[in-house]
Design a protein around this ligand. Structure first.
Ligand SMILES: [Zn+2]
Length: 388
């Protein structure tokens, strides 16, 4: 049984916005065709909708295992305050509370039109939820250790979790300021693509690599980790980490709130397979700051979206993230925002055979975006509904 869907417009990143397009799916949701108005398709049996149809969203950065912290972490404390409160509260809930919160979070993502996700895991607690989920999951087993002597132990722990993980999975370093050169090298040697790292979420990260001072050092002091082994490399966080990581693999840099333009240009010039993930609502929650979206857009950076976790967000919705960007940076067109939320995420996770566009043979899911303004721009009233 074929199904025909039509709307004010249909968006697929390979074709752009198609006003009055018709999407034909088979009974399993596989794309049979995407027609424009020249096809003279008989619309009498088509399902007609107001709004824009687009492929399912890809959430390239979430921490499902932190879902129980929704509403429990203070806003605007900056990243050191956030990290400290997270460490204090993270393990004060029962296993049942943690599991229930993850299931609700997973359902929320599905209802918000998310079909695939890159999920950061420090433990195995999210594995059951992901195994039983209709969402495609790629698990990033996250490793930490600024002390170089910790690298072998971290890799060993990561390999144990990799073996247990029921989804596609790779090892990933947490962030430059929590990874020694030894750990970065070991992960790069180990990882199949894709992999990921948090990048320049706070100004303090750059200060720590430039001269070893500031709030990152304070954080290590507060948790009583001595830094006698550490010598600052006298460069930005990104320039420290990237040379250890890049082979020809897909690498996702997450946050980029305090990435200066010269770092952006340097990275794009030297490394081909970079993707840049924005999590604007988490940035507002923690730092009350936003990346320079326009700079990345103008530079032609390959951008994806992430919700980060419910510890630093009140929703797990890619559309909610897009709305923040659309409001902050009106020069970025809806077609670009939707490309970031669909095709780019699929390309990063290497799942573009199935997800990301309405090309024939794919099964990408279908979202209806409604409540756009008269110029098809996202605004406060814009909503997403999963159609397939
Ligand atoms: Zn994160």
């Amino acid at each position: 049984m074929m199904r025909a869907l039509t709307a004010d417009a249909i968006f697929s990143a390979d074709r752009g916005m198609i006003p009055g397009g018709v999407l034909i799916l088979d009974a399993h949701g596989v794309v049979v065709d995407l027609l424009d108005t020249t096809s003279n398709f008989d619309l009498s049996n088509a399902q007609k909708m107001r709004g824009v149809l687009c492929p399912g969203f890809i959430n390239t950065h979430v921490h499902l295992e932190l879902s129980h912290l929704r509403g429990h972490i203070s806003k605007h404390t900056g990243f050191v305050g956030f990290a400290q409160e997270l460490m204090q509260k993270r393990n004060t809930f029962s296993a049942e509370e943690v599991a229930t919160a993850m299931q609700l979070a997973e359902q929320e993502m599905w209802q918000n039109g998310i079909v695939a996700a890159g999920d950061i895991s420090n433990t195995n607690t999210s594995f059951v939820t992901k195994r039983n989920s209709p969402i495609y999951w790629h698990t990033f087993i996250e490793l930490l250790g600024l002390n170089p002597s910790r690298a072998p132990k971290a890799i060993e722990l990561g390999e144990l979790l990799l073996r247990e993980c029921p989804t596609a999975a790779t090892l990933a370093p947490h962030a430059p300021y929590t990874a020694s050169p030894a750990l970065l090298r070991a992960i790069a040697a180990h990882a199949h693509e894709p992999f990921t790292i948090h990048n320049q979420e706070s100004l303090a990260e750059n200060e720590f690599f430039q001269n070893g001072t500031g709030r990152v050092r304070e954080l290590y002091n507060a948790i009583q980790v001595p830094l006698d082994f550490y010598t600052p490399p006298n460069c930005s966080a990104l320039r420290y980490a990237l040379p250890f990581l890049m082979a020809k693999r897909n690498l996702l840099l997450v946050h980029n709130t305090f990435t200066p333009n010269d770092d952006l240009f340097w990275a794009m010039q030297h490394y081909q397979n970079l993707f840049w993930c924005f999590c604007p609502k988490a940035n507002l929650y923690i730092e009350n700051n936003l990346p320079d979206f326009a700079a990345f857009y103008r530079a032609g950076a390959r951008i994806t979206l992430g919700t980060d976790s419910l510890a630093s967000n009140d929703s797990l919705s890619v559309l909610d993230e897009l709305k923040v960007i659309a409001q902050a940076t009106p020069e970025i067109p809806t077609t670009a925002l939707l490309t970031w939320a669909t095709k780019n995420g699929a390309d990063f996770l290497n799942i573009e055979q199935t997800f990301g566009t309405f090309e024939r043979g794919k099964k990408p899911g279908v979202n209806l975006i409604s409540g756009l303004d008269e110029n098809l721009r996202m605004c406060a009233a814009t909503q997403v509904a999963r159609m397939v």
